[in-house]
Design a protein around this ligand. Structure first.
Ligand SMILES: Cc1cc2nc3c(=O)[nH]c(=O)nc-3n(C[C@H](O)[C@H](O)[C@H](O)COP(=O)(O)OP(=O)(O)OC[C@H]3O[C@@H](n4cnc5c(N)ncnc54)[C@H](O)[C@@H]3O)c2cc1C
Length: 248
């Protein structure tokens, strides 16, 4: 059985695995598909700040001319009456995109926690959001779900072809392989970085964001972003501790 049932991750729970995400580590999200908005279709925009999206961010991900996914994720622990993600998003849109039209709404949770301690059991492989494999900084999980889904299929097929041993021990190759992959190492590093960033005050976030305009977008990825942020904001190392080792 391959559990690919997303963030609710009920199937693994039915199998006795604790898939609980701490309230502080579930990002509660709302997204509109908007049109008639004046945006640069070549850019994705991120807005950070306590008043904009506490412990999260607002995104504008272009989908072409005048159309974009405009969404928000905030920490579950910051969510209360009058301060739900939709309240923040509607306020943001009223200020920045007042003439836009909303043509679709979607809502959901995104985990920003560590992956499950083990993503296999006897006869079971857990993939994607169900295994808590979305990026703790960006919340992006589509590529990770596709990568682990494919890997799980391969490991399951090989185990069956080799005589049908689908024990936890036989399936462990799946767990080891994704943890040693670029994705697995990135998730580990980004969890630690996220823990630092969510505690930063807005003034410090502003000073960090100012250094982003020095980035070379041709070679951009999360690891490069963090390395460059530390280069221009060396005080981050004081907070980040083991980050230097993780960046090597
Ligand atoms: C508002 C929002 C915006 C996002 N934007 C982005 C983005 O821009 N980029 C990005 O990379 N990620 C984004 N994500 C995260 C991304 O959606 C997930 O990481 C990704 O979809 C995970 O894929 P998955 O296959 O693991 O789970 P899912 O896509 O959630 O798929 C799980 C499927 O299993 C089905 N299911 C559940 N239980 C059962 C059951 N018992 N039986 C049968 N079927 C079942 C569900 O209906 C669902 O179709 C966003 C998330 C949200 C909430």
């Amino acid at each position: 059985m391959i559990a690919a049932d997303g963030v609710e991750s009920k199937f693994a729970r039915w199998c006795g695995i604790d898939t609980t995400v701490p309230m502080a580590e579930i990002e509660t999200c709302v997204q509109y598909l908007m049109t008639d908005i004046d945006i640069d279709s070549g850019l994705n925009a991120f807005y950070l700040g306590r008043d904009v999206a506490p412990e999260g961010y607002v995104w504008i991900f272009s989908k072409g001319e005048k159309t974009a996914n405009v969404g928000i994720g905030i920490s579950g622990k910051m969510c209360k009456d009058g301060k739900r993600p939709k309240d923040y998003l509607d306020a943001f849109i009223a200020e920045h995109l007042p003439n836009g039209k909303i043509i679709e709404l979607m809502a959901g949770g995104v985990s920003a926690c560590k992956p499950l301690e083990c993503t296999v059991a006897d006869g079971l492989i857990i993939v994607g959001d169900a295994a808590r494999l979305s990026d703790p900084i960006t919340g992006g999980g589509i590529i990770n779900a596709m990568y682990t889904g494919k890997l799980a299929g391969e490991v399951a097929a090989e185990s069956i072809a080799a005589g049908g041993d689908c024990s936890k021990k036989a399936l462990m190759r799946y767990d080891t392989e994704w943890r040693c992959s670029k994705m697995g190492k990135g998730l580990k590093r980004n969890y630690q970085v996220k823990e630092i960033f969510i505690k930063l005050k807005d003034e410090k976030l502003n000073s960090i964001v100012k250094s982003v305009n020095k980035l070379d977008m041709e070679i951009f990825d999360t690891k490069y972003l963090i390395r460059e942020l530390v280069k221009y904001n060396p005080w981050l190392l004081k907070d980040i501790g083991t980050l230097r080792r993780l960046l090597d």
